[in-house]
Design a protein around this ligand. Structure first.
Ligand SMILES: Nc1ncnc2c1ncn2[C@@H]1O[C@H](COP(=O)(O)OP(=O)(O)OP(=O)(O)O)[C@@H](O)[C@H]1O
Ligand SMILES: [Mg+2]
Length: 249
């Protein structure tokens, strides 16, 4: 029996945190594992479509579809042959009707975050909105945080870790600050295809960790979240808190 398509939503209303970079690299990583992947570009900027245009035909084939037109019903873009769909979302709009459609479709949600005070504050708002979203609460999906562009154990990074710990949200992967990510996108590649590149190889264990988490993520539960979960999200200290112990899992 064919398994159902797993829909992975990559989202954070804060711009520039790495949604597209992560969606593209995850697409390639899963395709190399033998999964049939469709990358759904829900961002009118069309970055995934630009990336695929730069991709050489000799590389692992990946299917990229434009999901950004307002009239498009995103679920209809994915055929039954697809094992995994990855949805790259736009910055900004937050919980509007189009985003609600994506939440409804998703089985797993990945939230990339950077560790500056502004990013933490924006991420805090986004995660709170998500955890209090009616559709999310009715059927909670596994929600994993990806710390992106990490460059050492800085005070800012400690604040991010502390914030996530308060929400009991797992950091499922950390990607280093590295120019290899921009280079890969420019060349139409995923870093998992750059096996001769030392900086790319340094990242592989983090990517394997992310894929393992996705593989083992429990399916969305149909039992609604208790009200307290949303309240707890609001009660979290803001980005200005003093850093405390780390929460490396
Ligand atoms: N781990 C990383 N190391 C270094 N640069 C990175 C990393 N991840 C992303 N970048 C760079 O950060 C910039 C923003 O990344 P990206 O476009 O993926 O973010 P985004 O969240 O999709 O942005 P938008 O909200 O505009 O869609 C790009 O220049 C990208 O190359
Ligand atoms: Mg983007």
């Amino acid at each position: 029996m064919r398994k159902e398509t797993k829909h992975i939503l990559v989202a954070n209303s804060k711009g520039g945190c790495g949604k597209t970079t992560i969606a593209i690299n995850l697409t390639v990583a899963l395709a190399l594992k033998g999964e049939r992947v469709t990358l759904l570009d829900h961002d009118p900027q069309g970055s995934c479509r630009h990336w695929t245009a730069a991709r050489s035909p000799e590389m692992e084939p990946v299917l990229v579809k434009n999901a950004s037109a307002p009239s498009v019903e995103v679920s209809r873009l994915v055929d039954h042959e697809t094992d995994v769909s990855i949805i790259d979302t736009a910055r900004g709009p937050g919980m509007d009707a189009a985003f609600n459609e994506l939440i409804k479709l998703s089985d797993v949600i990945l939230v990339p975050m950077l560790s500056s005070a502004l990013d933490i504050r924006a991420g805090e708002r986004f995660i709170t909105d998500l955890m209090t979203n009616r559709l999310f609460r009715a059927k909670p999906r596994p929600l994993g945080i990806i710390c992106n562009r990490v460059s050492g154990d800085t005070a800012c990074y400690q604040k991010l870790v502390h914030f996530l710990r308060c929400l009991d949200l797992p950091i499922i992967a950390q990607f280093r600050e590295s120019p290899v990510y921009a280079r890969a996108v420019e060349e139409g590649l995923g870093i998992m295809e750059m096996t001769n590149n030392r900086a790319a190889r340094k990242e592989y264990s983090a990517w394997h960790k992310l894929m393992e988490w996705i593989d083992h993520a429990p399916s969305a539960t149909t039992s609604p979240l208790p009200l307290a979960a949303g309240k707890r999200a609001r009660a979290v200290p803001s980005a200005g808190v003093t850093p405390s112990a780390t929460n490396q899992r």
